[in-house]
Design a protein around this ligand. Structure first.
Ligand code: C5P
Length: 241
């Protein structure tokens, strides 16, 4: 597989052309950033952890009927994906209150949100990713009414699948962020699903196994990420027993 021209450089991933116009190559780098890039470090092996976990979840979701951009791994930190026209929205699902929502609303850290809450931010670093509601998404022409319903339904389904999966591993899926893109007239899950874009707490102790470890200097972030990878590998071993 020839890696082509760099077409997009995100905070933790680089996207390259491939030898097929309908496919792209996503390289998960070792960069870790927080607070809109104000904090930035590199951790050897981080790209591999996030690529491994993302590939696992894309595959898991596909097996449960969710369409994703994942095609296959090229090497342990490089993924072949189908080309999407990305929609500049961050779709966040929350099962417990944590992070930004506890600063804006009278919700206590860890408070259960039942039913789960879905919020959307317009992706624009310079504007600090402002929150947008359904009417604004329609006014901005980002999604049609049908696509909006579809994205919401799919997000709730993904949330249920991931919540139940992590529950089995002894972890609480507090919240996560996903991004969608268009392929033809379909809305497809793109970007990544990793510890960078979710909050995971130990069910018993409340210990974090996600980017909050880095954001708030709660310990060694690579040890936390490695624990999640290890739990997933053990789960996979159990399945083939
Ligand atoms: O910042 P906030 O608390 O609203 O984040 C909610 C969830 O979405 C967290 O899991 C966070 O890691 C994720 N997120 C993200 N990228 C952003 C904003 C939030 O992955 N730009």
């Amino acid at each position: 597989m020839e890696i082509g021209e760099l077409i997009y450089q995100g905070k933790a991933k680089s996207i390259y052309k491939s030898d097929n116009d309908d496919e792209l190559i996503a390289l998960f780098r070792d960069d870790m950033t927080a607070f809109n890039g104000e904090k930035h470090d590199q951790f050897s092996g981080k790209g591999v952890y996030n690529a491994t976990v993302s590939a696992f979840f894309f595959d898991y979701l596909e097996k449960h009927g969710i369409k994703t951009h994942f095609i296959r791994m090229i090497d342990e930190k490089t993924m072949l994906v189908s080309k999407l026209e990305m929609i500049p929205l961050e779709v966040i699902a929350r099962n417990r209150a944590a992070g930004s929502i506890t600063k804006k609303l009278p919700l206590k850290e860890g408070q259960v949100l039942n039913p789960p809450v879905i919020v959307t931010d317009y992706k624009d670093d310079a504007k600090g990713d402002p929150a947008v509601n359904d009417d604004l998404i329609l006014a901005l022409g980002l999604l049609t009414r049908d696509e909006l319903n579809e994205a919401r339904r799919t997000t709730l389904e993904i949330n249920k699948l991931l919540y139940d999966f992590f529950d089995e591993l002894g972890l609480v899926l507090v919240d996560f962020k996903i991004e969608f893109g268009r392929r033809g007239n379909e809305i497809i899950l793109g970007d990544e699903i990793s510890m960078d874009s979710m909050r995971l707490w130990d069910k018993e102790t409340g210990e974090s196994f996600d980017k909050d470890v880095y954001r708030f200097n709660k310990g060694d972030v690579m040890t936390a990420y490695a624990r999640v990878v290890e739990k997933i590998i053990n789960w996979k071993k159990e399945q083939i027993k």
